[in-house]
Design a binder for this molecule. Structure first.
Ligand code: ASP
Length: 440
């Protein structure tokens, strides 16, 4: 059987296993089309309310889950050399995936030329109500360039916790967990405490998953209803470039990575994480999907030692889908405004997109905010930047759903490779979907 056919079949099996989430997704698209926000504001409000309730519920477990997962992951790896080896590998694989993503983004942007002729759709005061907010946001982002890295170091971890700032939290927990692993047996009470926290948050995640189908339905319906189908007119090529770019990641880059660096079957992996991919698409949030990403991987044979180390870090740092979209979005604006870019400027855009994506949070819309970094100095007037950016903002949710799906699946690709290399995959379970426990 052809390789791509195997992937398709695995995906269909994954969908069949949790067909109700898929049904929610499809019904969400249909209802979003039938009830556009402009004509049916009440329906939109109901969809948004239910969707937001679902996201809030799932986000409730993310911080305890990330903290406990990292503490357990690092203390179970124990030995420093092994930890450093996993850490290096993780950064290496995430880097390859993200570099591939920006290269594909640049290729799609240059071949499809989504921005050519799009200026008329941007100019006529589109998204005017967003422009004030956008202008000040861009100012913040750009003036803070030097501070971005400084802000990642938490002065007060409890403040970061209460604000839900994932990167500072992770940095603190990483240091704390490494210290715990250095102090010998005395760490036992704290580690067992976090083992209990982890087990309990996973239990809560199981319960929340009963709400996945209605939650995803409402989220998808709200986003489709909010922009309506007319959005595709004029900027259809922009969506096409993004869609094709993400597709290339799924069909070529991830399978190639798995093939070169491991013996993991891509079809089996995609089948194993279908539920997480669907929830990522619906929620547009890697962080909110994280509990389910961990559940899918662990229940299907990837050891918890690897999952609890690699996946929480990936959900925050590895944003290949976002980097791809940012690259295309910036090319879109330069083309729309007729700005010629040298090869060097394109490389610079790609480089900045890698930085901007990895500093963005795993929440809806975050990738577009950090795009302000990439827009810096590419030749747009400040006014064009604000108008263009506000325009992209208005289109963002759909591209966010696509890029988040890539962000999440690529985390599992890297987790699977590292687990394979370290003999931490139970292949008997991983390769036999019949033996795997259902998530819901
Ligand atoms: N929503 C994305 C994520 O959670 C981040 C982004 O906005 O690109 O992975």
């Amino acid at each position: 059987m052809g390789f791509h056919m195997q992937i398709l079949i695995a995906l269909l099996l994954g969908i069949k296993r949790n067909w109700h989430i898929f049904l929610g997704l499809i019904l969400g698209v249909i209802c979003g089309i039938i009830f556009p926000k402009v004509q049916y504001p009440v329906a939109y409000k109901v969809f948004s309310f239910i969707g937001q309730a679902f996201i809030n519920t799932i986000q409730m477990v993310v911080i305890p889950l990330v903290i406990s997962a990292i503490v357990i992951g690092i203390s179970s790896i124990g030995d420093n050399k092994q930890l450093a080896k996993f850490g290096k590998k993780m950064i290496f694989y995430y880097a390859i995936i993200t570099v591939a993503a920006v290269a594909i983004g640049a290729f799609m942007g240059l071949i499809i030329q989504p921005g050519v002729g799009a200026r008329e759709f941007i100019d006529p005061n589109v998204a005017q109500e967003l422009q004030g907010v956008v202008a000040s946001m861009m100012n913040d982002q750009q003036s803070q360039f030097a501070h971005i890295f400084l802000n990642l170091i938490p002065q007060n971890p409890f403040h970061s916790l209460s604000m839900g700032e994932m990167i500072p939290i992770i940095i603190f927990v990483l240091i704390f967990a490494i210290a715990l692993s250095k102090i010998g047996e005395i760490n036992r009470p704290v580690v067992s405490f976090f083992e209990s926290v982890f087990a309990a948050t996973m239990k809560v995640t199981d319960w929340i998953m009963y709400l996945a189908a209605p939650g995803i339905f409402a989220l998808v319906a709200a986003s489709i209803s909010s922009f309506g189908i007319s959005i595709f007119q004029g900027v259809g090529k922009y969506f096409l470039a993004i869609f094709l770019g993400i597709l290339v990641q799924f069909v070529f880059v991830y399978p190639l990575m798995l093939k070169i660096f491991s013996k993991v079957s891509v079809a089996k992996l995609y089948g194993a994480v279908t539920e997480a991919a669907m929830v990522a698409f619906g929620t547009a949030s890697s962080s909110a999907t994280l509990p389910l990403t961990i559940t899918c991987c662990e229940k299907r044979g990837i050891s918890s030692k690897i999952c609890s180390f690699v996946l929480p870090l990936g959900a925050t740092l590895n944003m290949d889908g976002t980097a791809l979209v940012q690259t295309i979005a910036v090319l879109f604006l330069t083309q729309a405004y007729g700005i010629e870019l040298s090869a060097l400027a394109i490389v610079q855009i790609c480089f900045l997109a890698i930085i901007a994506s990895s500093t963005c949070a795993g929440i809806p819309g975050a990738g577009l905010i950090t795009i302000a970094l990439v827009l810096n100095g590419i030749g747009l007037t400040p006014e064009q930047m604000v108008v263009g950016f506000a325009f992209l903002f208005a289109l963002d949710r759909l591209t966010d759903m696509l890029r988040t799906t890539a962000n999440v699946v690529s985390d599992t690709v890297v987790a699977a490779i590292i687990a394979d290399n370290a003999n931490e995959i139970n292949y008997e379970l991983f390769n036999n979907p019949e033996l795997q426990k259902d998530i819901i």
